[in-house]
Design a protein around this ligand. Structure first.
Ligand SMILES: Cc1cc2nc3c(=O)[nH]c(=O)nc-3n(C[C@H](O)[C@H](O)[C@H](O)COP(=O)(O)OP(=O)(O)OC[C@H]3O[C@@H](n4cnc5c(N)ncnc54)[C@H](O)[C@@H]3O)c2cc1C
Length: 546
């Protein structure tokens, strides 16, 4: 089988399929090559406001009505109810201690809730990836993408005229000639192996192993710890994070009752537990037994597939793009799911490459070298930044006051980006640095914070005194102040943060806007615009490409 196309995309996760579809909408001849077949299980499920903002921008710019629907829980269940998802109102964190039930200690609470949306209808979602990725593939095919599943690629060769990919499908040889190739194969790493791109893992700090599955019959925290004071949203309808001595656990509940859950374990814990030589089931139950409240939550839970173990979830490369090729973020780097950065980062890259191909549509029909270098530099800086924020949080984990302060750095950064992008708008913001990269205030902070945390905890297993910790908390509050439009790092909130538009209005000057300007633009915080906007964009695009 021999095929010729302008762009070949390897890997049909949501990111590869969505980019393939956008390029088809722009008039490119696109092939999407997948090793497996849909529907299939995939991990990485919890979205964030920045992810949904990217989805809305893609929807509006390229006329993708379903993407607009998928960007909030309310629109999703109204428009695409057959695609399964979960309600995510925010980020919930609890610190557990071995042998102790989770307790609420008043003002010293080891519970942190940060709302990401003011109400259910506007909220983020957890994606049941089997359904969502299948949906995106089908929509790509409808848009004109040629899709080949069950295709095992064996080689890629580049020359002046283009790229040649060889592989096999159902015993037959497959040969694809393309002008440009995009690797969306995630940790599969097809192109990195072909191009022998060196690993960049040694420049990163975060290391964790994973024990995970999907489960039915997981109990609610509300039922297991009914005396918790009311938070800004129901604790369980969120990305729930249980911090433990060995690392942390995520728990993401889908609307149909299944829960995706996994423990991320530090190398020290892996060694201490002998995790690599044990059955994942054994490890799972050991951790449930060690933490009574988590044990109660998952005591009657039944895995819907075998519990899996991944000894190291991190990967990182030293190049993300070159002449005639580019990697999507998950093919380039992965840090850790703490703070759910993966989907948002992936969608941002889809936007950037889509804009690059838009610019190229009337010329070379592939992004120019300067744009690819810009893309490479952006991913490199952002990969480092995600690593520093997450590594800092791991470092801080021993003490909830330190952890909550480090979390404030993440939340201040993303809430400032979200609000300024929603109020300030424009599609070029897709090139704005992710997680504060390039921001004159925030850019250096994750590195400084990580170094400070290491000094505070002395990097030797949590020795630190209260005064040093209080200084760190105070430093974070002071440092994020010029970007703190969400009223974060406020002790009077007792670690329970709702969406507070009053604070946003009060702090208008941080956005370089007058109070009246912020008031006028407030509706934009609820979404970029209703479907007619999409229809207009669609018409514009059709005219522009024909
Ligand atoms: C434990 C864990 C939890 C996570 N949780 C979150 C979270 O809560 N929120 C979040 O935002 N992110 C999370 N992530 C990150 C998230 O998983 C990724 O950002 C996301 O999956 C990237 O999607 P993608 O479409 O780029 O790639 P993938 O989902 O990795 O899809 C890659 C596709 O390529 C195919 N493929 C692989 N190799 C080949 C090949 N050689 N040829 C052809 N096809 C190939 C695969 O079959 C697959 O279909 C998590 C990651 C992990 C490890």
């Amino acid at each position: 089988m021999k095929r010729v196309c302008e762009v070949a995309i390897v890997g049909s996760g949501f990111a590869g399929s969505l980019l393939a579809r956008v390029l088809a909408v722009l008039g490119y001849d696109v092939m999407l090559l997948e090793r497996g077949a849909h529907p299939r299980f995939a991990i990485g499920e919890s979205t964030t406001p920045l992810a949904n903002l990217s989805l809305e921008r893609l929807a509006v710019r390229y006329g993708l009505a379903d993407c607009y629907s998928l960007a909030t829980h309310g629109r999703w269940i109204a428009q695409v109810p057959e695609v399964r998802r979960g309600l995510k109102r925010g980020f919930t964190f609890y610190r557990h201690h071995p042998g102790e039930r989770f307790a609420e200690h008043g003002l010293d609470s080891e519970r942190l809730l940060v709302a990401a949306s003011p109400e259910d209808a506007l909220s983020d979602t957890h994606w049941l990836r089997a359904d969502v990725d299948h949906h995106f593939v089908r929509r790509a095919v409808e848009a004109g993408v040629t899709y080949l599943d069950l295709t095992e690629l064996t080689s890629a060769s580049f020359d002046e005229s283009g790229v040649r990919l060889d592989g096999r499908r159902d015993g037959d040889a497959v040969e694809v000639e393309a002008g440009f190739v995009i690797d969306a194969s995630g940790a599969g790493g097809f192109l990195p192996r072909q191009l022998a791109i060196p690993s960049g893992l040694d420049r990163t700090h975060t290391r964790s192993a994973l024990v995970y599955s999907h489960f039915d019959d997981v109990r609610l925290m509300r039922d297991v710890a009914p005396s918790l004071p009311q938070g800004p949203y129901p604790d369980d309808w969120a990305a729930v994070h249980h911090l433990i001595d060995e690392g942390w656990m995520y728990s993401l509940r889908f609307d149909h009752g299944t829960t995706s859950a996994g423990f991320l374990l530090t190398p020290r814990a892996v060694a201490r537990l002998g995790a690599s030589s044990r059955e994942p089931e054994w490890l799972w139950h050991l951790l449930l037994d060690r933490y009574p409240t988590i044990g109660q939550l998952f005591g009657d839970a039944r895995p819907t597939m075998p519990i899996g173990f991944v000894p190291k979830v991190q990967h990182r490369l030293t190049r993300a793009a070159g002449a005639r090729w580019a990697l999507l973020p998950h093919a380039y780097a992965f840090v850790d799911p703490l703070f759910s950065t993966g989907i948002a980062w992936g969608l941002r890259a889809v936007e950037r490459l889509a804009l690059a191909f838009e610019d190229a549509a009337k010329g070379e029909r592939r992004p120019d070298i300067a744009t690819l270098e810009r893309y490479d530099a952006a991913l490199s800086a952002e990969g480092d930044q995600i690593d520093l924020v997450v590594a800092g949080a791991y470092e801080a984990r021993e003490h909830f006051d330190l952890f909550a302060a480090q979390a404030m750095l993440y939340f201040a950064t993303v809430s400032f980006s979200e609000v300024s992008q929603r109020l300030g708008g424009g599609d070029a913001v897709a090139w704005n640095g992710f997680l504060g990269v390039g921001d004159p205030v925030l850019d250096p902070v994750p590195r400084q914070s990580f170094e400070r945390l290491r000094r505070v905890t002395r990097a030797t297993g949590g020795q630190s005194d209260e005064r040093e910790r209080a200084e760190f908390v105070e430093w974070i509050g002071r440092t994020i102040a010029p970007r703190n439009v969400a009223g974060l790092a406020d002790p009077s909130r007792r670690n329970l943060y709702p969406i507070d538009t009053e604070v946003l209005i009060e702090r208008h000057a941080l956005l370089d806007m007058s109070r009246e300007q912020v008031l006028e633009k407030l509706p934009a915080l609820r979404g970029l615009g209703p479907p007619p906007h999409i229809r207009r964009a669609s018409t514009w695009l059709h005219t522009a490409t024909t």
